[in-house]
Ligand binder design. Sequence first.
Ligand SMILES: [Zn+2]
Length: 413
Amino acid sequence: MNENLRVNGERLWHSIMAMAEIGPGQQGGSSRLALSDEDRAARELFVGWCREIGCSIEIDDMGNIVARRAGRNDALAPIVGGSHLDTQPHGGRFDGIYGVLAALEVLRTLHENDIVTEAPLEAVNWTNEEGSRFAPAMIASGVYAGLFEKDYAWSRADAAGKTLGEELKRIGFLGDAPCGEHAIGALLEAHIEQGPILEAREKQVGVVIGGQGQRWYDLRIRGQDSHAGSTPMAGRRDALLAAAEIISMVHDLAIDFSPHAVATVGEMSVFPNSRNTIPGEVFLTIDIRNPDERALATMASELRSCVIDCIDRYELDCDLDEIWDKPPVSFDPACIAAVENAARKLGYSHQQIVSGAGHDACQVCLVAPTSMIFVPCAGGLSHNEAESAEPADLEAGCNVLLHSMLELANRSA
Ligand SMILES: [Zn+2]
């Protein structure tokens, strides 16, 4: 009966553009760190839009916002769309924002067409997905999924020493509802792909079947500071030289496990960081990812033996600490099927895909049925102000969200 129903792509686009005006970046993107004044303004705009179409609002004690559109049978667990409104310091206009506003557009479309679903529908904004201001990332969906204790999450501090709990209170989004107790019948997160696959294969929609596993490491290499002029090349204990080799090894490790593995050294500090002193200490981070659990474990053990071999060759010492181990996730078959059916029915080119990035859906899927809908972004570029997506693709993904949410919400009717 709702076969011909479509979202309003233009309204979706204008909402995304209006949201981007809050915390505008220098180069066309957005800068809206979690629980900043800008994040507060974005939340207030979202809540206002939801109230305009008669949604009730619930805010939990992690600041997650749920806007609810009642169903015929409110005893059923809601079908939820959404993502996050916070951005990287130099973030784009679409990462996260698209998923929240696509869910809002679904609710707006149903509202103006007077369509009531069997189960209630909800749009959610998860707090601090990016993890840029408060580490770790996806902390509030992580609390929801039981991965983090609430006290731990509240105590996370930013660079200035302000805690997540204090900042939630300051911006007026420390709600009463206990995070984790709000039932979710299914969560569908629409998101830009943040990678080049859909664009390269000319597909409008990615049916996301799961997320990569990832492991994060801190590596501290210790050698000896020494004079750059008077210390002969033989016998130096140069921590940066070993670091250079390890960076290259980390790259080769991912190549060895291609096509699905990736590996990155993204952060490095050199001590004492002086041009005429041999560096006696280096700190660097390593991030390895693979969608296959066994392959990821093999990568991890190869990484460890390569690092130790290199450190021994240069006669250095090191601490290699695994600080995060996130196993790969598989999304729910019924949710995946709902997304795939919707894409097929609507006639959009589509393919199954694995998420390379972490998302709130990758946390929530541990406790509720979940899938994601990807749309292409230009050049696969994200976490960059130049991040860009086509209005037609955003509209297509939103129509897939609409029809998959309808299917899931009415399946018990
Ligand atoms: Zn995101």
